[in-house]
Design a protein around this ligand. Structure first.
Ligand code: NDP
Length: 329
């Protein structure tokens, strides 16, 4: 039986999530990859314990996480919770989502009331929970009226199945409208989860500004560009890395120009005395609109490396300008 670290709140820092009552750790852990049937339970436990023992109170899931079977990550997380962390539920923020394809037929995808309400019930069963802390709509649905999708999320709050609502992958105008409806429903949007990292800066084009204005928090996913913003690809693609298994990663983040940028960023990080991965997290967290960064990991040691970000949070103006110049090239 793992002994939970009594000093777990001494190192981590917490930021308020928008204008809500909730604070999140600067670093949160996502269970998209390496928590399904492809990974050993032993390794999953090591990562969860490393995180919780270090003050990472927020764990992010979705209905479809886990390979090869969607839902496996929620099942595995639920098992670990029950076995080892049962008495710590009130110290945790657990989120899940629905919005991508989950089950066959017309009711297992996108944003209908039918899908969202059924999906959260299924997620709660898989995790063995009475409620989640945050339930997200995972992506916008171009065909369902936003009032229906937001109405379903608001009803789930009133039913006590989720405490807060989140949006993910919503663009600026979609997010503005959704936030307005949620306010009208008196169930404000707690948080938005966009993709944002040094190689993908779309969130800077109006989204971060909107979230700050609306008092909504922000938790960027893939802050390490799925691992590319680390030193692991400096000498090619290692056999056990995510890029070795994912063409999407190679196409999105590994053009010759991007790899050249990564090599220069790695030198800047070394000059600052930190790893590129931890600098990439500090860079996302430099924005005051960002509440927390949502990392993934395949080993507990990566979480440990990433936690060192907390020791190097400050950039000089000159460093930020140099990084901008590298990213503009
Ligand atoms: P990251 O950008 O943090 O990438 C994580 C991967 O990078 C790890 O699995 C590991 O890959 C590698 N890595 C992490 N730390 C280090 C390190 N210190 N040194 C070297 N390599 C490192 O995030 P993810 O893309 O995994 O996304 C994080 C979370 O965000 C997900 O789990 C999920 O919760 C959420 N998410 C949400 C989405 C949405 O649509 N809302 C979409 C995608 C993610 P390797 O296997 O190579 O070791």
């Amino acid at each position: 039986m793992h002994q939970i670290n009594k000093n777990r709140y001494e190192y981590m820092q917490y930021r308020r999530c928008g204008k809500s009552g909730i604070k999140l750790p600067l670093i949160s852990l996502g269970l998209w990859q390496n928590f399904g049937e492809e990974a050993t339970v032993e390794n999953q436990k090591k990562m969860i314990f490393k995180a919780f023992d270090s003050g990472i109170t927020h764990f992010d899931l979705a209905n479809n996480y886990g390979a090869p079977n969607k839902g496996a990550a929620e099942e595995n997380f639920g098992r670990i919770l029950r076995a080892d962390l049962n008495s710590y539920r009130d110290e945790m923020i657990i989120s899940t989502k629905a919005g991508y394809s989950m089950w066959p037929g017309p009711y297992g995808d996108f944003g209908s009331r039918k899908y969202l309400i059924a999906s959260l019930d299924q997620s709660l069963k898989r995790m063995g929970l009475d409620y989640v802390d945050i339930f997200y709509h995972h992506r916008p649905d171009p065909d369902t009226p936003l009032e229906e999708t937001m109405g379903a999320l608001s009803d789930l709050v009133h039913q006590g199945k989720t405490l807060y609502i989140g949006l993910s992958n919503y663009g600026v105008s979609e997010a503005r409208e959704a936030i307005r409806i949620l306010k009208e429903n008196r169930t404000p949007c707690l948080i938005h989860q966009p993709r944002y990292n040094m190689l993908e800066r779309t969130a800077e084009k109006g989204l971060l500004e909107l979230l700050e204005k609306e008092g909504t928090g922000c938790i960027p996913f893939s802050p390490l560009a799925q691992g590319v913003l680390s030193d692991k690809y400096v000498r090619g693609i290692p056999a056990d890395s995510r890029a070795s298994k994912s063409q999407i990663v190679r196409e999105r983040y590994m053009s010759d120009e991007q790899i050249a940028q990564v090599l220069t960023l790695n030198e800047i990080a070394l000059k600052r005395g930190q790893s590129l991965a931890s600098m990439a997290l500090c860079w996302v967290l430099r924005r005051k609109e960002v509440t927390s960064v949502l990392i993934g990991a395949s080993k507990a040691e990566q979480i440990e490396d990433n936690l060192k970000a907390l020791e190097f949070m400050d950039f000089t103006e000159e460093e930020l300008k140099t990084i901008d110049r590298v990213l503009e090239n």
